[in-house]
Design a protein around this ligand. Sequence first.
Ligand SMILES: *Cc1c(COP(=O)(O)O)cnc(C)c1O
Length: 428
Amino acid sequence: MNEASTAADRTLGDRAAGDNSTLAYDVERVRADFPILTREVFGHPLVYLDSAASAQKPRQVLDAMRDAYETHYSNVHRGVHRMSQLATDAFEGGREKVARFINAGSPDEIVFTRNATEALNLVADCFGRAFMKAGDEVIISTLEHHSNIVPWQLLRDRIGIVLRVAPIDDAGNFLLDDFEALIGPRTRLVAMTHVSNALGTIVPIKEVIARAHARGVAVLVDGSQAAPHMTIDVQDLDADFYAFTGHKVYGPTGIGVLYGKRERLNALPPYQGGGEMIASVTFEKSEFKDAPHRFEAGTPAIVEAIGLGAALDYVEGLGRETIAAHESGILAYATARLGQVPGLTIIGTAREKASIVSFTMACAHSHDIGTIVDRTGVALRTGHHCAQPLLQRLGLTATARASFGIYNTREEVDVLVEALGTVTEIFG
Ligand SMILES: *Cc1c(COP(=O)(O)O)cnc(C)c1O
């Protein structure tokens, strides 16, 4: 390495420097950290445009996980022996990194779950049991992923809550005033996505929270698509709960995060019962620990927590302002280039967007688009993107979606556009 050593190197070496957005972004240096990006698909370089479904993993994450298994692996929290102490320190270190990443007040406000889905189910189940009864209302939005719809329907079927849905306009913009008009005396919780996985719309979540709080209503944010793309400060947002998933932020699968304000978490009953979450057990009765351990029954995803910590170190090393600038450049470029493809319609043109572009083509079904571009190495997602009600709202059943991450380039957008030319040739 030479003077072209990147923002990653410098800030990784000097954490006190924090986000360092003025340094140039060296995407080739970032790509070199991702072993999978060197492989070919059908004889073409892999062009991975599906990070919104799951992001690839840098060597730093893979190394941290291998190192954990090879040098300091044991179960956590129970042993006096050296390996258990080292494993516990590394696991709890992962929790501290998550707390820092979203600026939580304390690591005790970070609950590890399997994924974002489990974090959302946890709140639906525990908050529902503690604070809701028949006729109480939960507000979600049209933009939600199924993971933030179905848990509330299950709760509705169990105890008779009412689900209200905040609307969007045809471009996919969230309508703040229409949302506010839904808040009523029976509203107990707002559960809302920060960024739409299908359209890329960024919801003005800080304002959503402010308006909900003004009416005394708590807010759960689904940050699964925000965590990879933007700086998140749960204290500044004043979120009551904030969920995200490890594998979309360049970490491993099998681990997700539920942030909750300490008093919010400790007001909830346990989610599952078992080891690790109890203070004492007799056959008559159990006493539960405080958060976060109250919500972490059983052996947790130890090495995945360590890997997630490494992923967050990596992202912070690049600098989230720097990442956002890189990705918004790609988004603007992709939007312009795709907009020139004959017969292509971009779905979702909200004013504030993360680096996600959904589209349809007049000549071909999205599944055919995905299949054809795959032959030239381009990985696109096609279908309903786990947001069927949103697509119904837009009069669609499926789109093709390109989503861009820290390793994507403008040249890859060009490869996509060229591959879409083949789709037009075949179907057009
Ligand atoms: C991916 C995603 C989820 C679910 O994440 P899992 O890791 O599958 O639990 C929830 N909400 C949004 C907005 C997502 O993009």
